[in-house]
Design a protein around this ligand. Structure first.
Ligand code: ARG
Length: 472
């Protein structure tokens, strides 16, 4: 067992406790950030007169070599005796530069070290999640491009309400993902202050130029301004997991919509075989497992959010070991969200509308009755009365088992005499019902095409632009 704190102890720790508190199994993921932070700390120590130029150079070279070794060797951590990634890096450094490695931790604590590592890691992870969101947005926009003229029943209360364009449905999720991207960028911006130099809790006693150190590590907001907060703060982890939870919530709603669309009962959508599975017993089955897992995993990510906030809520300042519990939740939440985004993009790319089933369903169930009322309004009837009259027409059509536009002439003359001159079959057709909703944000093909143009432009701009957040 390699410990960084053995001096004041006369006896060893219980092996069960040591394995209980060991975090190397999961915080090893921070090795790149730990090495980058350590190299920057070495430069800061040189600036403070703690290390000579030669010592700093030697440490930097060894850290660089260690980084290359770890990148090369997938088994570098196997059987390592260290309690965490920080102890691991320091021991490996010692194997290269001997006692000089023992100088590196001057004025630094694992508390400000892990806080810094985690923020550096998060910047990369949020950047990658942002790229996953953009990829799914592009897949949904491409689906929308081929769906403008596919009509679907639109639902409220899961009852057929008014017809919509299938492209409009796809673009609704693009809107959600665009907000998700803003949230990721926002979380990334707010976390961008450097905790290193805060020491264990009170600030380091060495004359470290923290502004320069923050700049060196790429933190755009400079150094954190309160050492107690800096080592105790995990807002960024919570915000990132919250942003991931909302991403997954959106994906889960899409999954729920599409699982329904793909049922035999609805029959609107055919999912590709590459994201479906069969049954070990029932030979005919084709199940939407990919989407079901997306929906299921959303619960797991939300669980991490609740767990993380619960861990934080009772913690006294400053650092407490409880904070070590942040990592598995954070890593798994962001990994899971990224995987859900990628699999959803696969499902979207392979999906095919069953346009005839969609059209038949969109034209059914009196989804054009609002338009019948609107036609009466255009003929001078106040809307409340028009609503009442259209409702009566629906009731009569239900009794006769026909659609509104198929009501016999005598019934029409009795129920809606103001519309005698109109071609109701045309005026109440799905195409007309859709085309009327040409307001900004409406489902008319003209409005949807305008949004598609905007999204295509935005995605092209994004592809050409510098990233919103810093890549690693
Ligand atoms: N493994 C610890 C964590 O993840 C690192 C910090 C430990 N600090 C300490 N004083 N024990 O939080």
């Amino acid at each position: 067992m390699s410990r960084l704190w053995g001096g004041r102890f006369a006896s060893a720790q219980d092996p069960h406790f040591l394995s209980f508190q060991n975090s190397l199994g999961f915080d090893r993921r921070l090795w790149r950030e730990d090495i980058a932070g350590s190299a920057a700390w070495a430069r800061a120590l040189e600036g403070a007169g703690v290390l000579s130029k030669g010592e700093r150079e030697k440490l930097e070279r060894a850290l660089d070599e260690l980084g290359r070794e770890l990148a090369r060797d997938a088994h570098a951590f196997d059987g390592a005796p260290d309690e965490d990634v920080h102890s691991f890096v320091e021991r490996k450094l010692g194997e290269r530069v001997g006692d000089l490695a023992k100088k590196l931790h001057t004025g630094r604590s694992r508390n400000d070290q892990v806080a810094t590592d985690l923020k550096l890691w998060l910047k990369g992870a949020l950047y990658r999640l942002d790229a996953n969101c953009t990829e799914l947005m592009a897949a949904l926009v491409a689906l929308a491009e081929r769906s403008v003229d596919v009509a679907l029943p639109g639902y409220t209360h899961l009852q057929r309400a008014q017809p919509i364009s299938a492209a409009h449905h796809a673009l609704a999720y693009v809107e959600m993902l665009a907000r998700d991207r803003e949230r990721l960028a926002d979380a990334c911006d707010r976390l961008d202050a450097c905790p290193l130099g805060s020491g264990a809790l009170a600030g380091t006693a060495w004359p470290i130029d923290r502004a320069k150190l923050a700049d060196d590590l790429g933190f755009t907001r400079g150094p954190t301004r309160n050492s107690l907060d800096a080592v105790a703060d995990r807002d960024h982890a919570i915000e990132a997991v919250f942003a991931a939870t909302l991403v997954c919530t959106h994906l889960s709603r899409l999954a729920e919509d599409w699982i329904f669309f793909a049922t035999q009962e609805a029959g609107f959508l055919e999912l590709s075989e590459d994201v479906s599975t069969g049954s070990s017993l029932m030979p005919q089955k084709k199940n939407p497992d990919a989407l079901e897992l997306v929906r299921g995993k959303c619960g797991r990510v939300l669980g991490h959010l609740v767990g993380l906030v619960t861990t934080l809520k009772g913690l006294p300042l400053a650092y407490d070991k409880d904070l070590q519990e942040d990592k598995e939740a954070l890593f798994d939440a962001l990994d899971t969200a990224a995987a859900c985004l990628a699999v959803t993009a696969l499902a979207v790319r392979g999906a095919r509308w069953r346009a005839e089933r969609c059209a038949a369903a969109a034209a059914s169930s009196y989804q054009n009755s609002t338009d019948l009322a609107d036609l009466l309004v255009a003929a001078g009837v106040p809307f409340r009365s028009a609503h009442e009259r259209a409702g009566a027409a629906v009731r009569r059509a239900l009794e006769l088992g026909c659609e509104l536009e198929a009501l016999p002439a005598a019934e029409r003359a009795r129920l809606v005499p103001e519309l005698a001159a109109l071609d109701l079959a045309r005026e109440l057709s799905t195409a007309r019902v859709l085309a009327r909703r040409a307001v900004v944000g409406g489902t008319a093909p003209s409005a949807v095409r305008a949004e598609l143009k905007r999204w295509n432009k935005e995605l092209a701009l994004h592809a050409a632009q510098a990233p919103v957040t810093t890549p690693r």
